[in-house]
Design a protein around this ligand. Structure first.
Ligand code: KIV
Ligand code: NA
Length: 261
C-alpha cells in the first residue's frame, strides 16, 4: 500500500525508512516488488544516467520524463521528485515547477537548501515537501563532507529545524558528521533520511546505480550489492562472440518468470 507523508512521519522511531532512487520503469518496478516504501527520482539522474558533470544540467523536462517512467513502473510506491537547479529559485517558479512534477506522477517534491519561503509557499499550496540539507550538490564546489566545524554544524542544525518548521514532512541529510545527523534526528519530529550521514538517521537513501554497482564511480559511503557494470561487459562480450561464431540466434534460451518472484 502506498505510503503518504503522514505514514512516513509515523515510521519515525518505529521502523527505519529505506529509500532508493530510480529513474526508469523496470528499475522502479523491481523496487516496488521489493516493497521499498519510497522512491526518489533524484536529479542525480543527470550524473549517473545522462553523463553530465553535475546535476546543474538537469531540466524540469528531464525530471518529468523520468518521473513518468518511474510512476508507470511503481504505481503504489511513494515517489519523490527532485526540483532541479534553479527551478525553485523563487516561490512562484517553484510552485509552477512542483505542479509539473506532481502532474508527471510524483507524490511529493524535494528541494535543496533552507529556502524557507519557497517551502512554506509550496506547503500552503498543498504540495508535500521533502527538504535537503548538509551537502547540496546543486551548489557545492566539491563533494566533500560538510558540517565539520562548530559554526557549520550549528548552521546545518538550524537549517534542518527551519525546513521542518516551514512545513516539510521529511528531510534528507547528505554527507555530514554522524554525530550531527544524530543530533538533528533527535531534535526533529519529522524523519531524517541520511546519505553519508551515519546510522543515527531515521532512514537511509542510496542512489540505485551505486547500490547496483552500475557506473564507473561510487561514493565511499555507498554500498554495492551487485556489480551490474561487470555484468554488462560480460553480456556484451558473450553476445558479440556468439554472433561472430554464428551460435546466436540458434541457441536462444528464454528465462521464465524473470521478473515476478
Ligand atoms: O538526487 C539525488 O539522488 C539525491 C539523493 C542523493 C539524496 O538528492
Ligand atoms: Na538530488
Amino acid at each position: 500500500m502506498k505510503k503518504y507523508p503522514n505514514d512516513l512521519i509515523q515510521m519515525k522511531g518505529v521502523k527505519p525508512i529505506s529509500v532508493l532512487t530510480a529513474y526508469t520503469c523496470p528499475v522502479a518496478r523491481g523496487i516496488e516488488e521489493a516493497c521499498v516504501p519510497v522512491i526518489l527520482v533524484g536529479d542525480t539522474v543527470g550524473m549517473v544516467e545522462m553523463g553530465f558533470e553535475s546535476t546543474r544540467e538537469v531540466t524540469i523536462e528531464h525530471m518529468e520524463y523520468h518521473i513518468g517512467a518511474v510512476r508507470r513502473g511503481a504505481k503504489n510506491t511513494h515517489v519523490i521528485g527532485d526540483l532541479p537547479y534553479q527551478t525553485d529559485k523563487d516561490p512562484e517558479t517553484a510552485l509552477n515547477n512542483a505542479k509539473r512534477l506532481i502532474s508527471a506522477g510524483a507524490d511529493s517534491i524535494k528541494l535543496e537548501g533552507a529556502k524557507i519561503d519557497v517551502i512554506a509557499h509550496l506547503v500552503a499550496n498543498k504540495i508535500s515537501v521533502v527538504g535537503h540539507t548538509g551537502l547540496l550538490p546543486q551548489t557545492a564546489k566539491n563533494f566533500k563532507k560538510v558540517g565539520n566545524s562548530d559554526a557549520e554544524a550549528k548552521k546545518i542544525l538550524a537549517e534542518s529545524k527551519a525546513i521542518q518548521d516551514a512545513g516539510a514532512f521529511m528531510v534528507v541529510l547528505e554527507h555530514i558528521p554522524y554525530s550531527l545527523a544524530t543530533s538533528i534526528s533527535q531534535l526533529l519530529h519529522i524523519p531524517t533520511i541520511g546519505i553519508g550521514a551515519g546510522p543515527g538517521c531515521d532512514g537511509q537513501v542510496l542512489v540505485i546505480n551505486d547500490a547496483l554497482g552500475l557506473g564507473d564511480y561510487w561514493p565511499p559511503f555507498s554500498k554495492q550489492y551487485a556489480h551490474i557494470s561487470r555484468d554488462i561487459i560480460k553480456v556484451a562480450k558473450e553476445f558479440s562472440k556468439e554472433v561472430e561464431s554464428m551460435e546466436f540466434p540458434n541457441n536462444i534460451i528464454q528465462l521464465s518468470g524473470a521478473c515476478k518472484s
